[in-house]
Structures are given as C-alpha cells and as structure tokens.
Design a protein around this ligand. Structure first.
Ligand SMILES: NC(=O)c1ccc[n+]([C@@H]2O[C@H](COP(=O)([O-])OP(=O)(O)OC[C@H]3O[C@@H](n4cnc5c(N)ncnc54)[C@H](OP(=O)(O)O)[C@@H]3O)[C@@H](O)[C@H]2O)c1
Length: 343
C-alpha cells in the first residue's frame, strides 16, 4: 500500500517545458469538493497539443496534469447528491486546461462539473465518447433544433475519421440519416461505411468547390475542421439548412461570402462543449448511451496506457488517429494506492 498515485505531470523547469509520469500525493491536487479514482481518460486534439510542448498554451497553471476527460469512481464528496462508489464522467469546464486533468490516477474537482454515468454505458466506453462524442451529440442537437430531419436529405460530416467525425457518423446513422463522410484518408472507406457512412468523398472535392454558391448537395453538415473546408461546404447546403461548426483541425480562418446565408438562408451554428450547461449535457450523455451499443463503441476504440501517451499525442497532431483513443489510467504503472482514500 502506498499514499502516492501516478500522474502525468507537466511543468516548466529552467524555462523548459517538461512532462513525465510522476508520483503524486493528494496535496498536489487543486481544490475541489470531490475526490475521484480515475479509471479511464481519453486523447483529444487539445491533449495532443498539451503533451507536445504545451502548444497553444492549453495548460494554463503549471505544474498540472493534462487530460480534458476522465471517468471514474467517487471516493469522497461533500456533495450529498453523490455517494461513495458512484461512477461519474467529467469533461470541459477547464478540466485539463486551467484545472489539473484526467491523466492522473486520482483527481479532485468540483461536483457541479460532473455527470453521473448513464447505467447502460461502461466507464470505458464513456471515454470512447469523451469530449469528442459529447460534441458530436451537441452538434446533432443543434441541427435538430434548426429543423433538420432524415427526409430533408444527406448530412455532410467532415474530419470523418477523427473522434468527432466518427461519432457524428455513428449517431446520424442510428437516427436514420444518409451521411456523406469527408476524409483525407479515402483508404478508410470501408471502415467509415462499416460505422454508418453512406458515401465517402475526399477533402479535395470540398477544397475545389470555391464558388460562392454551388448546386445543392446536402441538407446540413457537422464540421470539425474549419478553414477552407467549412468556407466551401456552406455553398452547397440546401435552403434553410443548418451547419454545426465545432472544430479547427484544418485551420481557424473562415473566409467565405454572405451569399449562402442571404440567398439560401443557411444557418451557421457554433458548438462549444466546454461551457455547455449541465442540463443539456445530461440529455446528450443519455442519448449517446441509448443510441450506440458497446459492440459498436469497440469498433472505434483503441486502448492505451499513460506509458504510450507521447506517441499517441504525435499521431493525433499528425492526423493519424482513427476513431477514439482511450487511456486505461488504472493500468498505468499501477501501484496500490488505496491507502490515500483512508482517513
Ligand atoms: N467545440 C468544441 O467543444 C470541441 C470539442 C471537441 C473537439 N473540438 C475540435 O474539433 C476538432 C476535431 O476534434 P477530434 O477530437 O475529432 O480530433 P481528431 O480525432 O484529431 O480528428 C480530426 C480529423 O480532422 C481531419 N483533419 C486533420 N487535419 C486536417 C486538415 N489539415 N485538413 C482537413 N481535415 C483535417 C482528419 O480526418 P480525416 O483524416 O478523415 O480527414 C482528422 O482525423 C479539433 O479542432 C478539436 O479541437 C471542439
């Protein structure tokens, strides 16, 4: 038994960014009313940037642990709505950015950031979903609020081989939509069709659509890439069609004309999962767990430990990750650290 636990810790020493697996004690963690034993976390684009030299200054208060997602078991809480042993999920609210994150066998957070894990979802698959899957569901909820339905036509999903893209394809398929998946990796066609895509097109097809207005191809879109891809795709969306914009894998610029908005009434809808209100999150998590089963989650899940995290971070930044990478935190150089939960 030990009173230390393992965590990936980023710090600055002699003006140099360093990151390594370290022994930590509870006192190293930030304030919070709830202590959780982390079972799984996940790898998101932001986590890749944090690990790779803290690009984009994702980590704001060093030293701290990266990891914007975590799923685990309540070990203590002053919040009476939680009991010892409750299984919970945390994403967003600055977790893994301003507040020490999920790449740690123990975390301390505020209970009002938590969502209770839906019963028919495992902790493991809750991290297959993670921030990426929650964002995909929030995008679909935005499209639904804007009046989309399967009868209106095909929905376009960009960055289709990535986390948000994969889960968007799976969810839309379950909801009865036909889906055109946009990818830079057309060699993944059979994989994308297996998870629910109807048609696959290459990124270049969208990059070539540079006219302000193109013939109508899609009823709506979920875009996790931004840049030229988003700028161009809105020119081929049907009248009154909604486009959910949630990411910038291709760039932060949006250089377009007002023509699709004023001639076709296209609705460009921003989606932010980080500050999403808790009531909306609870609905989104329940829908995610109702729509996708564990066999389907397995198809898009790659499991690693914290020892493999550096290579995985490189892969996600290089656009080489397919689907979702989850981190089995309790299997990472595991020590017995039960002692710290006593007393
Ligand atoms: N707004 C929010 O709350 C929120 C939440 C989660 C994520 N995000 C953002 O959404 C984006 C995607 O996140 P993710 O977790 O899905 O990341 P991911 O797993 O890395 O997937 C991104 C996908 O985008 C495509 N891509 C990569 N580089 C590209 C480029 N230069 N041009 C065009 N497409 C490119 C690739 O798909 P193909 O190989 O199939 O083309 C890649 O798999 C990120 O920018 C992330 O920060 C935002």
């Amino acid at each position: 038994m030990s009173n230390t636990f393992k965590a990936l810790v980023a710090k600055v020493e002699s003006e140099e960014f360093q990151i390594s697996l370290q022994d930590r004690v509870l006192e190293d963690l930030p304030e919070g009313n709830t202590i959780i034993e982390t079972k799984y976390s996940s790898l998101n684009y932001k986590d890749g940037m944090a690990i790779d030299g803290n690009k984009g200054k994702i980590l704001r208060s060093l030293p701290m642990s990266p990891g914007i997602d975590a799923a685990g078991i309540i070990k203590s809480s002053t919040d009476k709505s939680y009991s010892l042993g409750d299984e919970v999920i945390i994403t967003g609210w600055g977790f893994g950015e301003t507040h020490s994150g999920g790449y740690s066998q123990v975390i301390r957070v505020n209970s009002d950031w938590l969502v209770k894990k839906p019963k028919n979802l495992s902790l493991k698959h809750s991290m297959t979903i993670g921030t990426a899957g929650l964002t995909a569901m929030l995008c679909i909820m935005e499209l639904e609020n804007a009046g989309i339905s399967p009868e209106k036509g095909e929905v376009l999903v960009t960055g289709a081989s990535g986390g948000v893209g994969n889960i968007s394809v799976m969810l839309l398929n379950k909801l009865g939509y036909s889906i055109t998946a946009v990818t830079g990796r057309t060699e993944l066609e059979s994989y994308l069709k297996d998870i629910g895509a109807t048609n696959i097109i290459s990124r270049n097809e969208i990059l070539e659509m540079t006219r302000p207005l193109n013939s109508i191809k899609w009823a709506g879109a979920i875009d996790s890439t931004g840049g030229e891809i988003l700028s161009n795709l809105i020119s081929a969306i049907d009248f009154e069609g909604p486009v959910a914009c949630c990411g910038n894998a291709a760039g932060i610029k949006l250089s377009t004309t007002v023509i699709p908005l004023i001639i076709r009434g296209i609705k460009l809808l921003g989606v932010n999962s980080v500050q999403c209100p808790i009531e909306k999150r609870v609905i989104a998590w329940q829908r995610l767990s109702d729509l996708i089963g564990s066999d389907e989650f397995e198809k898009i899940t790659q499991e690693i430990t914290l020892n493999d995290i550096y290579a995985a971070a490189n892969d996600i930044l290089g656009g080489q990750i397919r689907g979702r990478t989850i981190i089995n935190i309790s299997a990472s150089e595991n020590d017995s650290y039960e002692e710290i939960f006593k007393g």
